[in-house]
Design a protein around this ligand. Sequence first.
Ligand code: KG4
Ligand code: ZN
Length: 360
Amino acid sequence: MHTILGIETSCDETAAAIVRGSISPLKSEILSNVVHSQIDEHAPYGGVVPEIAARAHVEKLDTIIARAMADAKVDWKDIDAIAATSGPGLIGGLIVGVMTAKTLARVKNKPYYAINHLEGHALTARLTDGLAYPHLLLLVSGGHTQILLVRGLGEYERWATTIDDALGEAFDKTAKLLGLPYPGGPAVEKAAKSGNSKRFDLPVPLKGADRPDFSFSGLKTALRRQATALGTLSEQDICDLCACFQSAVLQSLEDRIARSLARYKREMADHDPTLVVAGGVAANLAIRDMLQHLCVRHGFSFLAPPMGLCSDNGAMIAWAGLEHLAAGHPQGQLVSPRPRWPLDDRADPIIGSGKKGAKA
Ligand code: KG4
Ligand code: ZN
């Protein structure tokens, strides 16, 4: 058994956690998981402000780590390694987390692992549900919309990605356009519940296209056109627009994801098929519900980790560190933070996607 301290500062959550576990047998326990969200600090600006984020990480990280250690009732002598998110993300926040982790590792004489934030998301279902390799991952957050084949530790293949906006970004921009608060996802989901999803005709992005990728910017533009045509928006107009937006998103996701499920069935026929969802957008109950039904129809098991572990947290980073430690992988003292760091280096870059590039 190993006990790992995980640190996450790549975007607007300052997080630290202690995870204890082993790889064979696959066992894990989250001893503590402390997340400080900076939403209140960024809300007045309608989005994450990198400089505010970096300063808030500096101010909070020490306390958050101390709390994670106290909650877990562990001392430095109990810690076997320290892991921190080294990318992708906002460079200021990454530097804060990485420098803190490297310094602690030197002073306390512990191994340090530089973790790819996306790998943290990719391996979460192993931490929460002891899921075996391989599996398919749908990562939907403010900065990413990807389907990844998770073959094993360090073996990731990107099967699909967005060709423009990330899904969370599309929710946030829609909310902003309609005057709803930041972060937009929960606000749009809530408004959609009271709306008529048939009132406006919105396009279902890439429906029927051969490529398995995603696109959301055309939908956002179509929604803006409808909203502008209405002029002043009533509360019901806003709910109806949200319902139509979410309905188009659901139909597009369903059509797009089905392609990767079919590919998995063809190419990975020897393995039990499982789809895992991760990222902040996985909090959306309508999306979870659609995924559950889609998986049943395609003979897949469906796994959605608890919400606190879908959005950014230190436990997933600690777990990824544990897997690297157990595999005997090299340490990360010489690795610098990388604002852009794709999980699958062989996949072609997609023009226009990841413009924010910072969030995962
Ligand atoms: O993974 P996450 O916590 O942070 C990063 O992107 O790094 O994801 C945040 C994103 C935001 O765009 C937010 O609007 C979206 O997840 N989100 C949702 C919901 N809750 C959060 N989108 C749709 N429906 C929700 N209920
Ligand atoms: Zn993330």
